[in-house]
Design a protein around this ligand. Structure first.
Ligand code: SAH
Length: 337
């Protein structure tokens, strides 16, 4: 698809065609299976100061928490043994130096020793040798969102960080043979349809295993408190285009989508998503993982609400994949088709 084709899909006149194309592609590649990922948000302490994010360093209004390594391992093992299809554990946190690299490696090794899950890390930016250490410890996947491809916006939104460094790390993670995920936040600052269309091409060119993109949700305790929320319809079209342009990638119906609309998760599946990531962070802590308002509150994207999640999956004509860890189909798909 070229940039002109992509742009015209955003005007909404061809929604039926767009969504049915996306579903056709997804169902061919993933055979109507949805993968669940249990996400443990183990610390909301962060040294970064991203303008959009509620757990940014300068937000003094949130209660900070940390889970102990023993608790994290326990939660991961328990989630697997519920037999609900949580065969991937995502370890996510702010950039919190309290957990040294060896401690993270210890957790990865221990979880993998106890249960046959895949482990995805979503721990932000670290030295290359640390990514290597974690890969050697058994981590399978790494999620490092680019957040925005607009260089000026990147500078504004992620102080002291650089887009070049982020991209370099993404390439390095691929070199290390992680399955790599990235994505953007939809609807930041002045970003328009031209930008969104270009970002789809850039994401495609990164040839990713997973692509997670959700609408921007302004957080009252951040500098962007007064900005507009990302649009539901634009986000759904974005997901459909992602699917068509990246047939074999794992694409979640993000919790941000489920937060801005009561049917967000279902609509995400109907736009071509094939992954849902319920929080398995203990209830008493997850409310403080407040990257945007409503996260883990309004949306019932948590494991104790698994029945609602399964109901949405059924309603979309899909089933939860109970076996296997749900790799991306990037490698086999292109060989087989
Ligand atoms: N600290 C790690 C993990 C962050 S994951 C890292 O930097 O990689 C949390 C994700 O939530 C971010 O990557 C971002 O895409 C999303 N996010 C943060 N603030 C948001 C907001 N206000 N609205 C929507 N999504 C947001």
């Amino acid at each position: 698809m070229n940039i002109k084709d992509i742009k015209q899909y955003f005007n909404g006149k061809n929604d039926d065609e767009l969504f049915s194309k996306a579903l056709k592609v997804r169902d061919k590649v993933f055979q109507r299976h949805v993968f669940l990922r249990g996400i443990i948000e183990f610390s909301n302490v962060c040294k970064q100061n991203c303008l959009y994010c509620g757990i940014r360093r300068d937000n003094l209004n949130i209660k900070r928490y940390r889970l102990s390594p023993a608790e994290i391992i326990h939660i991961a093992v328990q989630a697997y043994y519920q037999n609900k299809g949580i065969n991937t554990i995502v370890l996510q946190s702010g950039e919190d130096a309290y957990y040294d690299p060896d401690t993270i490696a210890f957790m990865i090794e221990n979880i993998k020793k106890k249960v046959p899950v895949a482990i995805t890390l979503s721990l932000g930016e670290h030295d290359k040798k640390i990514y290597k250490l974690w890969k050697d410890a058994g981590a399978d996947r790494y999620l490092l969102k680019i957040e925005t491809f607009d260089e000026n916006n990147y500078k504004k939104l992620r102080p002291d960080c650089s887009i070049q460094k982020r991209l370099e790390l993404i390439y390095y993670l691929k070199e290390l043979k992680y399955e790599v995920g990235s994505g953007i936040i939809i609807g930041l600052l002045d970003e328009d349809i031209d930008y969104l269309a270009e970002s789809l091409i850039k994401l495609r060119d990164l040839s990713l295993d997973m692509i997670g993109c959700g609408p921007f949700i302004p957080h009252p305790d951040t500098p962007l408190w007064n900005d507009k929320m990302g649009s539901l319809n634009i986000s759904l079209r974005y997901i459909a285009l992602l699917r068509i342009m990246n047939p074999a990638a794992n694409i979640p119906a993000t919790s941000a989508l489920a937060t801005i609309h009561p049917d967000g998760r279902y609509l995400g599946l109907m736009a071509g998503a094939n992954v849902i990531m319920p929080s398995i962070t203990p209830k008493r802590k997850r409310l403080f993982y407040d990257i945007y308002p409503g996260k883990n509150i309004k949306c019932d994207c948590v494991l104790d609400e698994i029945d609602n999640i399964v109901a949405d999956i059924k309603k979309a004509g899909l089933t939860v994949e109970l076996k296997g860890v749900g790799e991306s189909k990037k490698n086999n798909y292109y060989i087989n088709s």
